[in-house]
Design a protein around this ligand. Structure first.
Ligand code: F6R
Length: 616
C-alpha cells in the first residue's frame, strides 16, 4: 500500500534521479494506483508534480511540464486511506513554508490531535491526508539539519510510516524514517536509492541494505548514514538483490497477470533448485533454527492472509501427512486477537509474498513474544517478515507485479512442501528415499504446469462465453478445497463477480440451496487413483447437476468418470494427490483472468486493491 521511491546522485554525469524515480514508480505501481507524484530539489526550490489516478496521468503531466534538473527526487504511488484519490491528496505534501516535500506510506494514528495543534498554531492545510501533518511538523522542526528534524518529529508520531523528505536547502540529500512500514536502501555508484521494496531500484543496482525499525536514514549520492531513534549510528545488513529488472516487465504478454501465470513452471523450478545435496538429501541450510528445536516442536501454526493463507491450507494436508505434526492454519489478522495457544514447542510459519503484510507482521511479532520460533516463507528479500523471523525459506518466484497473486501461490506451496519433507526427514517420519521420491514428483511439476498452460485456449473460450455470469461457485475436497477457495478469490478480485468456494462435503449442509438452473459450479476433482475421495466428489457433481447446475470440472487426464456429469471438463496431467493443487489451480487462474479481460477490466490493477496490505 503506497509505493515509495527516492534517488539521489552526486551530480556527476548519468541518468538524473527523476528518471530513476519514474522507473521505480512504474515498478511499484502495484502497491497503489490512486495517484502518483514526484518532488525534486532544484535551483533552491522544491518542485512538485502530482496527479490523481494511475501513473500514466503523472507521466502525461511530466511531458507537458518537465521537472528541472535535480540531484534528488522522491516519488509516490498512493493507495488512499485518509482523503479521497484527488490531486490535492496526492503525495508529495509540502511544509507550511513550501520548502520541504514529504511522501509517506502508512497511517499516522494520532494525526487528528497533531492537526488540531497545528491549526491552533496557525497552520493551513491543502489536503485531507495524515501525511501533510508530518510535512508541517518537519517544516517547523527544521533548523538547518533535516536528519535532526526527522528524529525529533518521528518521536511524536504514532502508527505506521515510511517517510521520505527533501528540503530546498539540501539539493543532494534525502532523509527517510521507518516504523512498521517497509524501506530498503539501494547502493549505487555515485547514486543511492530508497524504496518500499527492491523493485523500486532493481533497474539501478543489485546492492542493497536493510533498514530496521525506528531508524532514520540520510542518503546523498556518495554516502549512506543510518541512525537509531536516539541518533546513534548503526550498521545494517547488506544483501544482493536476486531479482532481475527484466523479470518485472511484461515481456510480450498482454498483462503482468498473463505473464506471471506463464512464469509458474519457472517459479516452481527455481524454488526447488539447489535444495538437495549430492546424495539427493533435502538441505535447507537457510533454516537457521536449531535441529533439536525442530525435532521437539509439537504443533505448527501457519499464519498468512488471502492467497498465501490458501497455500498454507494446502500445506497443512501435506505436512500433517508426512510429519504427523498437527498443523493449524490461521488468518494472520485473527491470530493475535484470539489468545492462541502458542509456546516454545510451536513452530509458526508465516507465509507472505511481499513480506510486508501488516497483519502477518503483527502475527509474527505476537508468536515470537510467546516464545515460538517463526519461520517465514517469503518472496521478497529484505522485507520486514524476512528480517523479523527466526528463519526464512525464500520462494524464488521473482517479482510478482500483478496485484492478484498467481506464481507466488505455486512457489509458496512448493516451499512449504520442502519444509514438510525436511521436517519428515529430520524427525525420521520418512526415509531419505521416500523424501527423494516426493522431491522427484515435485521436480516433475513445472513440466505439468506447462502442459496445463498449453491447453489454455479451451479455458479462455469458456471464460469469454461466460462474461455475463453474475455468480460462480467452486467446490473441492481435501487439497482441492483450498484450490476451490483460491479459484473463487481470483474470480472475485479480477472479474468482480460473486464467487464462493466450499468444501464439497459441506454442500448438503447448506450451500446446495444456492443451486438453481444454470448456476455455474466449478468442481476440482481429485485423481481417480484415490478412489474413495474421487467417488465422493463424483457424487457431489451428480447432486448439483440433478438440481440444474452447470458443471465445470477440473479433472485428471483419462478420468472418464466425470464425463457423464460435466458440462465442461478442464484437464490436468496425471499427478499424485498432494501435488494436484500445483496444477489444478492453473485453469482457475486463467479462467478468472480471461473473464475479467472479456469484461474490459484491468487484470493487473483491480479496483480497490493494492498488492501489499501494509496497514491493519
Ligand atoms: C490475492 C492476493 C492477496 C495476498 C494477500 C497476502 O490474489 O494477492 O490475497 O495473497 O494480501 O499478501 P502477501 O502474500 O504479500 O502477504
Amino acid at each position: 500500500m503506497c509505493g515509495i521511491v527516492g534517488a539521489v546522485t552526486n551530480g556527476a554525469a548519468g541518468a538524473g534521479p527523476a528518471d530513476a524515480v519514474v522507473d521505480g514508480l512504474a515498478r511499484l505501481e502495484y502497491r497503489g494506483y490512486d495517484s502518483a507524484g514526484i518532488a525534486a530539489v532544484s535551483g533552491g526550490d522544491v518542485v512538485v508534480r502530482k496527479r490523481a489516478g494511475k501513473l500514466r496521468g503523472l507521466l502525461d503531466e511530466l511531458e507537458r511540464n518537465p521537472l528541472p534538473d535535480a540531484r534528488a527526487a522522491i516519488g509516490h504511488t498512493r493507495w488512499a486511506t485518509h482523503g479521497g484519490p484527488t490531486d490535492e491528496n496526492a503525495h508529495p505534501h509540502l511544509s507550511g513554508d513550501g520548502r520541504l516535500a514529504l511522501i509517506h506510506n502508512g497511517i499516522i494514528e494520532n494525526f487528528h490531535s497533531l492537526r488540531n495543534e497545528l491549526v491552533a498554531d496557525g497552520a493551513t492545510f491543502a489536503s485531507e491526508t495524515d501525511t501533510e501533518v508530518v510535512a508541517h511538523l518537519l517544516g517547523r522542526a527544521y533548523g538547518g539539519d533535516l536528519t535532526a528534524a526527522m528524529l525529533e518529529v518521528t518521536k511524536r508520531l504514532e502508527g505506521a510510516f515510511t517517510l521520505l523528505a527533501v528540503h530546498a536547502e539540501h539539493p543532494g540529500t534525502i532523509v527517510a524514517a521507518r516504523r512498521n512500514s517497509p524501506l530498503v536502501i539501494g547502493l549505487g555508484d555515485g547514486a543511492n536509492y530508497l524504496g518500499s521494496d527492491v523493485a523500486a531500484f532493481v533497474a539501478q543496482t543489485k546492492s542493497a541494505l536493510e533498514v530496521d525499525q525506528d531508524q532514520v536514514v540520510t542518503i546523498t549520492g556518495d554516502s549512506v548514514a543510518v541512525v537509531d531513534a536516539d541518533g546513534r549510528p548503526v550498521e545494517n545488513r547488506a544483501f544482493t538483490v536476486e531479482w532481475d529488472a527484466e523479470a518485472a516487465v511484461k515481456g510480450g504478454f498482454d498483462s503482468f497477470m498473463d505473464k506471471e501465470i506463464h512464469d509458474q513452471p519457472q517459479a516452481v523450478a527455481d524454488t526447488l533448485r539447489g535444495r538437495t545435496d549430492e546424495l539427493g538429501r533435502l538441505q535447507l541450510d537457510e533454516l537457521r533454527i536449531d535441529e533439536t528445536i525442530l525435532r521437539s516442536i509439537d504443533k505448527i501454526i501457519v499464519v498468512a492472509c488471502g492467497t498465501a493463507a490458501y497455500a498454507g491450507h494446502v500445506a497443512k494436508y501435506a505436512i500433517e501427512h508426512w510429519c504427523r505434526i498437527p498443523v493449524e492454519v490461521e488468518l494472520a489478522h485473527e491470530f493475535r486477537y484470539r489468545d492462541p495457544v502458542v509456546n516454545e514447542k510451536t513452530l509458526v510459519v508465516a507465509i507472505s509474498q511481499s513480506g510486508e503484510t501488516m497483519d502477518t507482521i503483527m502475527a509474527v511479532r505476537h508468536a515470537r513474544e510467546q516464545g515460538s520460533k517463526v519461520l517465514a516463507v517469503v518472496n521478497t528479500h529484505g522485507s520486514t517478515i524476512a528480517r523479523e523471523s527466526d528463519a526464512v525459506l525464500y520462494t524464488h518466484a521473482g517479482p510478482e507485479v500483478a496485484v492478484a497473486s498467481t506464481k507466488a501461490f505455486l512457489a509458496q506451496i512448493t516451499a512449504t512442501y520442502l519444509l514438510g519433507l525436511y521436517l519428515a526427514q529430520l524427525r525420521g517420519n520418512k526415509y531419505i528415499d521416500e523424501v527423494a521420491d516426493y522431491l522427484a514428483e515435485l521436480g516433475r511439476i513445472p513440466a505439468k504446469v506447462t502442459e496445463v498452460l498449453e491447453r489454455q485456449d479451451h479455458v479462455r473460450d469458456v471464460a469469454r462465453s461466460m462474461k455475463d455470469t453474475t455468480s460462480v461457485l467452486f467446490l473441492g475436497r481435501h487439497v482441492g478445497f483450498p484450490v476451490a477457495l483460491e479459484g473463487a478469490l481470483k474470480l472475485k478480485e479480477l472479474a468482480y463477480i460473486h464467487a464462493e468456494g466450499f468444501a464439497a462435503g459441506e454442500l448438503k449442509h447448506g450451500p446446495i440451496a444456492l443451486i438453481e438452473d444454470g448456476q455455474p459450479v466449478f468442481v476440482v476433482v481429485p485423481t481417480p487413483r484415490r478412489p474413495t475421495l474421487h467417488a465422493k466428489v463424483i457424487s457431489n457433481i451428480q447432486e448439483i447437476r440433478a438440481r440444474g447446475a452447470r458443471t465445470l470440472v477440473i479433472a485428471e487426464d483419462g478420468d472418464t468418470d466425470v464425463e457423464p456429469f460435466a458440462d465442461v471438463v478442464f484437464r490436468y496431467p496425471e499427478t499424485p494427490t498432494l501435488m494436484t493443487p500445483l496444477v489444478s489451480v492453473v485453469p482457475l487462474q486463467i479462467f478468472a483472468c480471461e473473464l475479467a479481460k472479456a469484461k474490459g477490466y484491468d487484470v493487473d490493477q483491480p479496483r480497490n486493491l493494492a498488492k501489499s496490505v501494509t496497514v491493519e
